[in-house]
Write a protein that binds this ligand. Sequence first.
Ligand SMILES: Nc1ncnc2c1ncn2[C@@H]1O[C@H](COP(=O)(O)OP(=O)(O)OP(=O)(O)O)[C@@H](O)[C@H]1O
Length: 379
Amino acid sequence: MGIDISRLRRQFGSFIALDDISLRIGDGEFVAVLGPSGSGKTSLLRILAGLDQPDSGSVQRDGQDLLALDARRRGVGLVFQHYALFPHLTVAQNVAFGLRVRPWRLRPKAAVIKARVDELLRRVELDQLAARYPAQLSGGQRQRVALARALAIEPRLLLLDEPFGALDAQVRVNLRRWLREFHRSLGITSLFVTHDQDEALEMADRVIVMNRGCIEQVGTPEQVYHRPATPFVSKFIARGQAVPGEVTASSLRVLGASWRLEGFADETWHAVEVHVRPEHIVSSPRPGEGLPARLLGVRHVAGTTLASLQVDGMHEPLEAAWNGHDGGRHASGERVTVQFQALTVFGLDREGRVCARADCHTPHLASPVVSGPWRRLEA
Ligand SMILES: Nc1ncnc2c1ncn2[C@@H]1O[C@H](COP(=O)(O)OP(=O)(O)OP(=O)(O)O)[C@@H](O)[C@H]1O
């Protein structure tokens, strides 16, 4: 049961929009497709909806070839960012539209259509507004009408392409929680395209991270956030930042400190990339112990201080996320000492593909090179 996507490829001229995508979606799953602009998210959705055909590959649903079916026979409900409701039809008429335009043999009786529309409008909490026209609704209400309209045909697969993209931040946050609950109560297999990390991580059972037409990682929100499979996922999801690192035997050396490195396959990699996340760069509790840095700037965002730091010996500034207490202590231009609390190491082969990864949480206390884990190496 479910949907099996196998080696799907779509090329526009010489540009590869989807590069051999393979993926399995379980029945009733809520899956977010997350990636930057141009990564191929909409191309994938359009093929599933029957609005476009791949150059090669297959999509099976419960053993049936979905690509061989005409778009109207796929049982797919679509909600887009700018899903134009019919302006001359009321909310109720908009929701009923997909049923009313069916060939008469497949069209439900008027009373059945009315009952279904009433039920859907209750579900999306718009039953009081059934007689209004789209121009008399807020953006969030319009998107709920679009959702009810997509659901009216009782789809087996719901495809949502940035459905909240045009809405303001507060409405988005409310609608995402609402949609998550709504999905739980319906249980329709749903694919939700977004380029908003928070949206994907908060809502989905599983997240597919796409980049340049390829799938970088598929996992639960917990997995993609805490165990990113590639440097791209680390940067895109967890704002991982590259720091200079060197791997020797079973340790990792980063800016004069040595870290225990366990479970890192050796000799298979050609180069390493080491990442630190903003929340893992902390202000040192003991001044002078750690990495000396200059504070380039601080911004306060919802109880968190985002500090831009120029760590001595590094070219690129790093961003640290400090809680209110830590952040309030410092001002721009100040000299500070910081520590890294955790690092992720990726081993890359000659083609730049990840062939080993490890998470480091323990600075190696018995480092032969530095006198303390955080003490600065003197030149
Ligand atoms: N019909 C087309 N002709 C040529 N190129 C196309 C066509 N459709 C999509 N592309 C290209 O394929 C790539 C992937 O597009 P797609 O719309 O799937 O990206 P996306 O991840 O959904 O991006 P966004 O978040 O900006 O919507 C883009 O570079 C786009 O320009």
